[in-house]
Structure formats: C-alpha cells, structure tokens
Design a protein around this ligand. Structure first.
Ligand code: HEM
Length: 103
C-alpha cells in the first residue's frame, strides 16, 4: 500500500471508499481522529501517490461517509471495479490491482 493508497484520491468514489471500508467506518475513533488516521495513511504511507493538491480528509467528510459503510456490497468486487476505473481513467498503476500489495 506504500506509495499506492493515495491513488484512491484521484476519484471521488475512491476517496469515499477508504472511509467507507467497514473496518474504517466502524472504528471506535471519533470523526476527527479517524480523519487524522486516514490522512496519515494516505499522505504519509501513501508517499507520492496522492494527487498533488489533494485536500486532507476533514472530520465532517469522514463523518458523512462512515455513515454509509460498504456493508451492502460485495467488497472485493466493489474494490476490483473501483481499481479498474482508477487504472483506466486516472493513471493509477497496475500494482493497485493486487490487494494488499506492498503491505
Ligand atoms: C482506522 C482503521 C483502519 C484503517 C485506516 C485501515 C485502512 C486500510 C486500507 C487503506 C486498506 C487497503 C484497502 C484497499 O487496498 O482497497 C486496508 C485493508 C485491510 N484491512 Fe484495514 N484499516 C483499518 C482497520 C482495520 C482493522 C481493525 C482490521 C482487522 C481487524 C483491518 C483489516 C484489513 C484487512 C484484512 C485488509 C486487506 C489486506 C489484504 O488483503 O492485503 N483493517 N485497511
């Protein structure tokens, strides 16, 4: 995920996806702390992969998205389709296809 996770921010649904992942959405952290963790994941662990000028997650934004957790969809299929779109339309690298790449 190092140098990859920021590619999700290239599409609005990718940005939302990270805060809608069940393990993220159902965290016991409050919205402000969860936004801080997501910003760490995306901008620190993600290295150069976040688009330049990408806005950090705000508590308000994360608070909204986490109320719509991805529990009603098949998560791996949802991820696969999102990743294909990021690769086709937003120049994300093929390495993003491999779940857990570089963990
Ligand atoms: C705020 C807390 C968390 C954050 C920010 C976070 C973030 C992430 C991210 C960004 C991914 C990659 C998603 C993708 O590639 O599409 C991921 C995957 C994953 N997360 Fe978390 N996560 C959190 C909590 C947890 C917890 C509590 C668990 C388990 C109890 C967990 C288990 C997993 C697993 C199993 C994967 C898939 C890894 C793989 O298959 O390689 N996560 N997480």
């Amino acid at each position: 995920m190092e140098d990859l996770v920021g590619f999700y921010l290239r599409a609005p649904e990718g940005r939302a996806y990270l805060s809608r992942l069940p393990n993220v959405a159902f965290s016991t952290l409050d919205d402000r702390k969860l936004a801080a963790v997501l910003n760490y994941v995306v901008f620190e662990i993600g290295g150069t992969s976040a688009p330049s000028g990408a806005k950090p997650y705000s508590a308000l934004e994360v608070g909204r998205w986490r109320k719509q957790p991805l529990t009603e969809v098949a998560l791996s299929k949802y991820r696969q389709q999102l990743v294909e779109r990021l690769i086709d339309q937003h120049q994300a690298p093929a390495a993003l296809r491999v779940y857990g790449n570089a963990y």
